[in-house]
Design a protein around this ligand. Sequence first.
Ligand SMILES: [Zn+2]
Ligand SMILES: [Zn+2]
Length: 373
Amino acid sequence: MSIRAAVLTAPGKAPEVWDIPDPSLEPGSVLLETVASEVCGTDVHLSHGRLAGVPYPIIPGHVSVGRILETRGVAKDFSGAPVASGDVVTFYDVHEVCGACWYCLVAKQPNRCPSRRVYGITYSAKEGPLGGWAERIYLKPGVKLLRLPEPLTADEVIGGGCGLFTGFAAVERSGMALGDAVLVQGAGPVGLSAAAFAALRGASLVIVIGAPANRLELARAVGADVTLSLTEMPPRERAARVRDLTGGRGVDVAIEAAGNPAAIEEGFRLLRDGGTYVIAGHYTDVGTATVNFHTDVNRKHADVRGQWGTDFTHVWRALTLLAKHRDRLRLDRVIGGRYGLDEAGRALADVESLAVTKAIIVPSKTTRPTAAG
Ligand SMILES: [Zn+2]
Ligand SMILES: [Zn+2]
């Protein structure tokens, strides 16, 4: 039996549906039937070749939810909760971090571990179904499996997706204090998550700058107090508004989740002296931003921090909090479109044009007959 998968064959090429051989299961592995996998901004960048060292052809899809089809000696998830065939689970896309190298042991920065591999990004389609845009996903031994925290649904988890974890990580990285005024730049999945978690962490004020209007409405629904339009309000007016709201000082914490260099300049302007600025949206190289290190950093005493990707701790704690606050967060609302494997190209285009906030790939929706792979 073979597995149909949407494959990015090379940067700039439209995705193709390929037939991938079914993997032979090693001890400690799990085979999932994909329920849904997300299309995130990183996938758009992958389709343009903006991430270094990607072994095209690849099966994208780093955050996915699936139903267990088969396991080889795996009876529990990472936390010890029992799992069996038929259970709906998710897994941490990053794995094979060694725990034994200089970065793992001394710097405690597993993100820099040379053994680190990521589903949907660092595997070639020729290595097997190791991305979520496929009918089945092979979880190699050691991949961290987790049951969805009760009562979360697959849609809520995938609606949050990797943006949920990245937004959570950015808020945590900021070290924000109870009562801080927080600015979030960007109202995509990362920005929405950052706004939600900043509110939960006790911000006195959460301001979101973004577009289009329906994303700003979502931002208010998940916890933003004030939203300012990126497209309809000139930067000078936004700056005046932020100053009005913060006693003329600017925000205590700014979180960049825009993925656009133009946001950086504005972020520094809106940050108060001695404030903290977390850059979370520049996961791929989107170009150079202009910073005046005298006014923006040195004299301002700004604390500037980068947050690249996430650790497992962010995944687990973000999902646990989402489960508690699901009624308010309702991240399934973020899903704007469901696409079959044969519609992956359209899904990428819709995410890139902001036509949808979150597109998801649902392999069971695939209708077109398989193309030659
Ligand atoms: Zn992602
Ligand atoms: Zn390591």
